[in-house]
Design a protein around this ligand. Structure first.
Ligand SMILES: Cc1cc2nc3c(=O)[nH]c(=O)nc-3n(C[C@H](O)[C@H](O)[C@H](O)COP(=O)(O)OP(=O)(O)OC[C@H]3O[C@@H](n4cnc5c(N)ncnc54)[C@H](O)[C@@H]3O)c2cc1C
Length: 639
C-alpha cells in the first residue's frame, strides 16, 4: 500500500474556506444517524467533547479510555488558559490576528486553512464553555477576564485560576455524562486500545485489553476517532501525566496512518528543575506566570549568592534584553533556548546550575500579594509543596522540560488520517501548531476539533458508508486480535533482568541529549544507533512480572515503552532529514549569527508525513507542500 496525501483544503479565500466546506459536506439524515456506530478512543478535552457532540447529534458512540474515569485525562492538568479572539479587552485582537500569531508562532510550518478555522471557532468555544457553567475568571464588572500568553501582544487568554483544563474538562465531562445517561454514548473505562482494525483500507474497529480483567476484545464500528493525547513521555521526564503514551497513534501508524512532523516537540521554558536521578516526573509552572514574573540569571558566571543578595545591576533579565518587544512573553521555543544558553554559559542557578529565576518581587510590590495570590495562588502553593521554597519570598527556580508534541498522525482538513474512516483530534494529530505551539492554544484546538469540526466533517465520510457495516466476525478482527495476544505474550515471556522503567529512563535520556532542545546530524545518527541497540536489548531482557489475565501495570507500561522505542527512531529520522531549524526543532548547524533558528523555506516548507513500511524497513517520506496565500513567509522576530 502506498499513502497518498490529499489535504482536501476547500476552495476559495482562506477566511471563507470553512463556511464553504460546511455548506458542501455530505450530510447524514437525522433518522439515519442512529444506524451508525462510532468508536471514540480518549475522553480528554478532545475526545470527551467529540463523543458528547456526536451523541447529541444522534450517533451511537462507544468511548474508550484507559483511565478509571474520563475526568482523569491528562487535560485536567492544563493550567494557564485557553485562547479566543473575543477582543473583550479592545486591545486590537481579531480572528485574523489570532490566525496570524499562530502561523508565525509555529514558524510557518502549519497549514493556513486549518489555523484560520481554529481562530474562527475559538470564539464559539468560550460561548459553549460559559453555557456549560465553566467558571472562567471575571473582572469586577462581571465580564470575562483575560491575560496574555507567549508570542502575542494582546490579552486573549481566558482562564480559571491555574486550573483551566480541569474546569473545561468538567464541562465536557458533564456533556458526556448526559449522553451516557441518554444511552447515545456507551462508556468503557479501563480499556486500552492496542490495535486498529482495517478492512479493505478503511478503519472498522479496534482491539482492546480490559485493564481490570486482562481480557482482549474486539469492537466494530463505522468509523474510529482517536483523541489519545501527545507523546512527549518518550523523553521519560516530562510535564505530561505519567500514563500519557503513544500506543494508540503508533499502532494506527503501523496500520497505515501517516505520522507527520514527528520531530516537532515542545520544550516548555518554565518547569521546576529536575532535582535528582530518582525523579520520574517534572512539574510545569504555567506560562501565565510570565505575565507578572520576570526571568533572570546573574550576570557573572558561577555566582552562588542568594538571589536576594544579587543587586539589580548584577542581574541579566535576558529575555527583556534580547526581545524587548515581547520580553518575558517570548514564545516557548525561544524562551527555552535562551534559558539553555544562559546555563551553558555558566550562569545557571540552583544546585545543578541548570535553572533560571522567575521573580515576582516587582509584581508583588506593584500589585500587592493579594492580587498575585488571586491570579496564581494554586501554582505558588504547588511550587512551595515541591521545592519547600516560598515563591512569595524567593524567586522560583525554573528550567525547560518536554511538554507537548506538535507532531502526530497526519490528518487532512477534515481531520481524517490517511486511513479512511480513521479521524484524529486534539494533541494526537499534527494539525495546527506547525513547529511550535503558542501557549493556551492546545485546549482551543482540542475543543475546536471535538465540539465543532469533527462532528461536521465525519458526516461527509459516513454518508458514503451507509449499509457497509463490517461485523467483528470479519477475519481482519481475528488477525489483529492474534497480533495483540502474541505481543502481550512476547513481553511476558522475555523474563529478563531489567524493569520497564529502567529502559524507559535510559531511552528518555538518549532522546533528551540528542533529540531534545538542540539537535545535530552527528548526534541524531548516534542516537538512532543507541535507540535501536537499546530496543533490541529491551525485547530480550525486559522483566515484566505478573500475568496477562489480571490487572498488571508493568505489562501496560511494557507495551507503551515498546512503542516509544519505535517512535523515538522515527523522531530521530525525521529530525535528521529536516536540515533546517524551525520552532522547537533546533538543528545547531542551522542558526543565525545571533543564535536564532534558521529556516530553509526553499527546501522545507512542507509537512513531512512518514509511511510505515513494516518491521525492520526504513519508513518512507511523503511531503505535503505548505502554500501560504494569506500570510507572507518571513523571518520570525520577537525583538
Ligand atoms: C501541565 C500541563 C499544563 C498545560 N496547560 C495548558 C494550558 O494552560 N492551555 C493549553 O491550551 N494547553 C495546556 N496544556 C496542553 C494540553 O493540556 C493538552 O495538549 C491537551 O489537554 C490534550 O488533550 P487531548 O484531549 O488531546 O488528550 P488527553 O487529555 O491526554 O487525553 C487522552 C485521552 O486518551 C485516552 N487514551 C490514550 N491512549 C489510549 C489508549 N491506547 N486506549 C484507550 N484510551 C487511551 C486517555 O485515557 C485520555 O482519556 C498543558 C499541558 C500540560 C502537560
Amino acid at each position: 500500500m502506498t499513502i497518498k496525501l490529499d489535504s482536501r483544503i476547500p476552495p476559495g479565500p482562506v477566511p471563507q474556506k470553512w463556511e464553504y466546506a460546511k455548506s458542501h459536506y455530505k450530510l447524514v439524515n437525522p433518522a439515519n444517524k442512529r444506524k451508525y456506530e462510532i468508536i471514540v478512543v480518549g475522553a480528554g478535552l478532545a475526545g470527551a467533547s467529540a463523543a458528547a457532540t456526536l451523541g447529541e447529534l444522534g450517533y451511537n458512540v462507544k468511548c474508550f479510555v484507559y483511565h478509571d474515569s474520563p475526568r482523569r485525562a491528562h487535560s485536567i492538568a492544563a493550567q494557564g488558559g485557553i485562547n479566543a479572539a473575543k477582543n473583550y479587552r479592545n486591545d486590537g485582537d481579531s480572528v485574523y490576528r489570532l490566525f496570524y500569531d499562530t502561523i508565525k508562532g509555529g514558524d510557518y510550518r502549519a497549514r493556513e486553512a486549518n489555523v484560520h478555522r481554529l481562530a474562527e471557532l475559538s470564539v464559539n468555544i468560550i460561548d459553549q464553555a460559559v453555557a456549560q457553567g465553566v467558571p472562567f475568571a471575571r473582572e469586577y464588572g462581571g465580564a470575562l477576564e483575560n491575560r496574555s500568553f507567549g508570542g502575542v501582544q494582546v490579552s486573549r487568554t481566558f482562564y480559571a485560576r491555574g486550573q483551566t483544563g480541569q474546569q473545561l474538562l468538567l464541562g465536557a465531562f458533564q456533556a458526556l455524562e448526559r449522553q451516557i445517561a441518554l444511552g447515545t454514548v456507551k462508556q468503557y473505562n479501563r480499556y486500552e486500545m492496542l490495535d486498529l482494525v482495517v478492512v479493505d483500507g478503511h478503519a472498522k474497529g479496534i482491539i482492546t485489553r480490559n485493564l481490570v480483567t486482562g481480557k482482549i476484545e474486539t469492537h466494530a464500528a463505522d468509523a474510529v476517532v482517536l483523541g489519545t493525547g501527545g507523546y512527549v513521555n518518550v523523553f521519560y521526564l516530562s510535564t505530561n501525566a505519567k500514563a500519557s503514551n503513544a500506543t494508540a497513534i503508533w499502532r494506527a501508524h503501523k496500520r497505515g496512518a501517516a505520522f507527520a512532523n514527528a520531530c516537532y516537540t515542545q520544550i516548555h521554558p518554565t518547569c521546576i528543575p529536575q532535582s535528582g536521578d530518582f525523579q520520574s516526573k517534572l512539574t510545569l509552572m504555567s506560562e501565565s506566570l510570565r505575565n507578572d514574573g520576570r526571568i533572570w540569571v546573574p550576570k557573572a558566571q558561577g555566582d552562588k549568592r542568594s538571589p536576594k543578595d544579587i543587586p539589580e545591576s548584577e542581574r541579566d533579565y535576558y529575555l527583556e534584553r534580547k526581545y524587548p518587544s515581547f520580553g518575558n512573553l517570548a514564545p516557548r521555543d525561544i524562551a527555552s533556548r535562551a534559558a539553555k544558553e544562559a546555563c551553558d554559559d555558566g550562569r545557571g542557578i540552583g544546585p545543578s546550575g541548570r535553572g533560571v529565576y522567575l521573580d515576582f518581587a516587582d509584581a508583588i510590590q506593584r500589585l500587592g500579594r493579594k492580587t498575585i495570590e488571586e491570579r496564581y495562588g494554586n501554582l505558588f502553593e504547588m511550587y512551595h509543596d515541591i521545592t519547600a521554597e516560598d515563591p512569595y519570598e524567593l524567586p522560583m527556580r525554573i528550567y525547560p522540560a518536554p511538554h507537548y508534541s506538535m507532531g502526530g498522525l497526519w490528518v487532512d482538513y477534515n481531520l481524517m488520517s490517511t486511513v479512511p474512516g480513521l479521524y484524529v483530534i486534539g494533541e494526537a494529530n499534527f494539525s495546527d501548531h506547525g513547529a511550535n505551539r503558542l501557549g493556551a492554544s492546545a485546549l482551543m484546538q482540542g475543543l475546536a476539533d471535538g465540539y465543532f469540526v469533527l462532528p461536521v466533517t465525519i458526516g461527509d465520510y459516513l454518508a458514503g458508508e451507509f449499509g457497509k457495516k463490517v461485523p467483528a466476525t470479519h477475519p481482519a478482527f481475528a488477525e489483529a486480535e492474534t497480533a495483540v495476544r502474541q505481543r502481550v505474550a512476547k513481553l511476558l515471556d522475555a523474563k529478563g533482568t531489567r524493569s520497564v522503567d529502567s529502559y524507559h529512563r535510559e531511552l528518555g535520556g538518549i532522546m533528551w541529549d540528542y533529540c531534545g532542545m538542540a539537535r545535530s546530524a552527528e548526534g541524531l545518527k548516534k542516537a538512532l544507533g543507541m535507540v535501536r541497540d537499546l530496543k533490541d536489548k529491551y525485547w530480550r531482557d525486559v522483566r515484566v512480572l505478573g500475568g496477562g489475565e489480571e490487572p498488571n501495570q508493568a505489562l501496560e507500561k511494557a507495551g507503551r515503552v515498546a512503542d516509544f522505542f519505535e517512535l523515538a527512531e522515527l523522531m530521530c529520522i525525521d529530525a535528521l532529514h529536516r536540515e533546517e531549524s524551525a520552532g522547537g526543532h533546533f538543528r545547531v548547524e542551522y542558526q543565525t549569527p545571533d543564535g536564532e533558528a534558521q529556516r530553509d523555506d526553499e527546501n522545507f516548507t512542507y509537512v513531512g508525513a512518514w509511511e510505515h513500511k513494516g518491521e525492520g524497513n526504513e519508513p518512507v517520506l511523503h511531503k505535503e507542500p505548505l502554500v501560504y496565500e494569506e500570510v507572507k513567509l518571513a523571518t520570525r522576530s520577537y525583538k
